[in-house]
Design a protein around this ligand. Structure first.
Ligand SMILES: Nc1nc2c(ncn2[C@@H]2O[C@H](COP(=O)(O)OP(=O)(O)OP(=O)(O)O)[C@@H](O)[C@H]2O)c(=O)[nH]1
Ligand SMILES: [Mg+2]
Length: 328
């Protein structure tokens, strides 16, 4: 007897396959068990789901619970991407964070104000991007959980204070990152890495550029690092260059936004489909549903095509802002 699995079920199954932690797997599996059609044809699958669930629950029990500090250093991703603010004490990370997001993080004129990571959402055009404020980096002490926090992020904002030597601060940051086996860059392709190393894209920010002499220090800093990183002078306090920074963040993520529409209809420009740069029509179909991908015959495209409504094949590479009509 055929199982006739429903789209609901297949979606939950896709989530299960993507799940990284045991908790996430259990959550997805619960949904699969709840929505699977209960008839003779699915009997075997239901039994498999049950035994899989039992194994996962056992696994959860066996796992040593992670420490409180590590828990505080795990920030669940929300929105299009997760960007971490990183820097030495008192460089203005929390000021910038509060300026750019809907959230609040305490600001003070003494160092070590921020003690644990704090997430907030930053709006950029029709996207919501998550920013995370972090406790300051120190040379001699890295909090447990810090390395994982970084590795889980999509990009970093490295904040230096232009009232002090910015090149020296950057050298310390790079040293601490190196100890965590994290390489950073921003321009050009990702380097090949040794086992155990991670690569993260980063934007360098020279903050407090409103101070006297700050721009002279910024220029030396820029000259040293601009080949490797996107780099900007900002004033978190006065909001200088904050809009440019948002655009740089979007650029560094390496994503494009496209919009789908139904034949005869209009696209919803407030609901972008976010894809990696270089994605094709097939990736859009897959983002809707894997069945959609199977059934897809062709698409019509407005934007990067030679003319509006041009018919394109499944492997057509998309550009930022394209509007797509999928035909099955
Ligand atoms: N003039 C000026 N002052 C700033 C700017 N950004 C931050 N400050 C000041 O610098 C001090 C430190 O700012 P915070 O935002 O708390 O710095 P932080 O990097 O979060 O500090 P920690 O959490 O201790 O690492 C505060 O007194 C801020 O008002 C800026 O762009 N211009
Ligand atoms: Mg802070």
């Amino acid at each position: 007897m055929p199982a006739n699995l429903t789209p609901d079920y297949l979606e939950a199954e896709a989530k299960f396959k993507q799940a990284k932690t045991t908790e996430e797997k259990i959550r997805a599996l619960e949904i699969m068990m709840a929505v699977i059609p209960k008839h003779k044809g699915t009997e075997k699958i239901r039994a498999q789901l049950k035994s899989r669930m039992a194994k996962l629950k056992e696994e959860l029990q066996r796992k040593p619970t992670i420490g409180k500090v590590e828990q505080a250093f795990y920030i669940k991703k929300e929105g299009t991407a997760q960007i971490l603010l990183l820097g030495l004490p008192n460089t203005g990370k929390s000021t910038l964070f509060s300026k750019m997001t809907n959230a609040f993080s305490e600001v003070a004129d003494y160092p070590f104000t921020t003690q644990k990571p704090i997430p907030g959402m930053m709006k950029f055009e029709n996207l919501q991007i998550q920013l995370v404020d972090t406790p300051p980096i120190q040379l001699d002490h890295v909090e447990p959980g810090y390395s994982n926090l970084l590795r889980n992020a999509d990009a970093l904002l490295l904040v230096v204070d232009l009232t002090e030597d910015p090149i020296f601060q950057m050298e310390i940051l790079l040293e601490v990152l190196k100890e965590m086996r994290i390489r950073v860059g921003g321009r050009g392709a990702a380097p090949s890495l040794e086992v155990g190393w991670a690569y993260l894209k980063a934007i360098l920010l020279g903050n407090k550029c409103d101070f006297k002499n700050a721009m002279a220090r910024y220029r030396a800093f820029e000259a040293q690092f601009k080949e490797t990183f996107p780099i900007l002078p900002i004033s978190a306090k006065e909001g200088m260059n904050v809009e440019e920074l948002k655009r740089e963040v979007y650029q560094i993520l390496g994503i494009i936004r496209v919009y789908t529409k139904a034949p005869g209809g209009d696209p919803d420009l407030s609901e972008p489909v976010v894809l990696k740069r270089g994605s094709t029509v097939e990736d859009v179909a897959l983002s809707i549903h894997k069945d959609f991908l199977k059934k897809l015959r062709y698409a019509r495209i407005w934007g990067s095509g030679k003319f509006d409504g041009q018919m394109v094949k499944r492997d057509y590479p998309l550009s930022e802002g394209d509007v797509i009509e999928l035909h099955i």
